[in-house]
Write a protein that binds this ligand. Structure first.
Ligand code: NDP
Length: 316
């Protein structure tokens, strides 16, 4: 029997810590002809053709001798790149324009809360204080976006009507209308030196892990604000804290953390100038995740490279 043409071959959902049932239901709705199992179903190992997963532990992939595809439940794949993932196995991620727009909404909201002094006015209101402050000019609200892909560019588009100048940093050179585009090491120095609001929208790779450390955060202009919607491991949290406490940085909005959730006694929960949210900047719809997983499986069955397959060498 030809691999993949076997009608019993199917998909296992490994979405922990997110519940697997909604993804399984969405997959069955998208492709009633493809068997779908969750881990609790004890799937028949030699009938598993694809995994839809958020993270993998070493040893899992080896359980399935006929595996030919791994799909991420999210836009990032960093928790799937285990050492025993076979080099030639296609690994796809979700690319959802609605998700990118959701992140842009989050970043825009956090930015305006800072640049328009809404936290200050909320504090004044609690004291029944009627005091006006000058509006910060747009030229002093320069936005720097690290990671200028699907998410980074959606964020840039959200700032167009607001009038804040945007610089985007990517690995390779690119041109995006209305934005300054920089890349590489010199581009990083440039974007850091000119960002009143720095947004991290990078994938987590060997190169981006620990990128925002004390030295790089110190290169931001005094009074800068930091927003992290990429991955927690890209920002050295204790370095951020030092720069908040010594007054170099004005504040931060963090949606992702070195450890999720942060321990109950972690300083981010109570720092007066940190907004901490539980990795909610965006959530891809289960139906979109399922449709892209099924499309990827059909592509693999037809011998094509699926859409949104990551570059295993680059790691994203
Ligand atoms: P893309 O692959 O479309 O874009 C990634 C961008 O990062 C590209 O511009 C890429 O450069 C750049 N990049 C990667 N490595 C480097 C590097 N070493 N130096 C400089 N630039 C680099 O990914 P998305 O935009 O779709 O997603 C980005 C990340 O956002 C995800 O991996 C995930 O971590 C995070 N995310 C967070 C969510 C949340 O809820 N908080 C939800 C969704 C995503 P180049 O263009 O040259 O390839």
């Amino acid at each position: 029997m030809a691999l993949g043409k076997d009608m019993s071959m199917g998909i296992v959902v490994l979405s922990s810590p997110l519940p697997s049932a909604p993804f399984a239901e969405a997959l069955r709705a998208a492709a009633p002809d493809i068997p779908v199992w969750t881990e609790q179903d004890d799937p028949p190992a030699d009938e598993v053709e694809a995994l839809l997963a958020w993270r993998l532990k070493p040893g899992i992939v080896g359980r399935y001798p006929r595996l030919r595809l791994v799909c991420s439940t999210g836009a990032g794949v960093d928790k799937l790149l285990v050492p025993d993932l076979p080099a030639g196995l296609p690994l796809t991620r979700v690319v959802d324009p609605d998700q990118a727009v959701q992140i842009a909404q989050y970043v825009l909201g956090c930015t305006l809360r800072h640049t328009r002094d809404l936290t200050l006015y909320a504090a004044q209101q609690s004291q029944r204080l009627w005091r006006r402050h000058p509006v910060r000019p747009s030229a002093r609200c320069r936005i720097g976006i690290l990671g200028f892909g699907a998410v980074g560019q959606a964020i840039a588009r959200a700032f167009g009507p607001v009038g804040y100048p945007v610089t985007g940093w990517s690995r390779r050179p690119k041109a995006v209308a209305g934005c300054v585009c920089v890349h590489g090491a010199s581009g990083l120095a440039q974007v850091l030196a000119t960002s009143d609001v720095l947004v991290c929208a990078l994938p987590l790779t060997a190169e981006t892990r620990g990128l925002l450390d004390h030295r790089r955060l110190s290169a931001l202009p005094a009074g800068a604000y930091v927003i992290n919607v990429g991955r927690g491991e890209q920002l050295v949290e204790d370095d951020l804290r030092r720069l908040l406490d010594d007054g170099h940085l004005a504040g931060a909005a963090l949606d992702v953390f070195e450890r999720e959730p942060p321990p109950a006694d972690h300083w981010v929960w109570s720092h007066p100038r940190v907004l901490a949210t539980p990795h909610i900047a965006a959530q891809a719809a289960d139906s979109v995740v399922a449709a892209q997983c099924v499309a990827a499986l059909r592509a693999v069955r037809e011998g094509r490279l699926p859409d949104h397959a990551i570059d295993r060498h680059a790691g994203y």
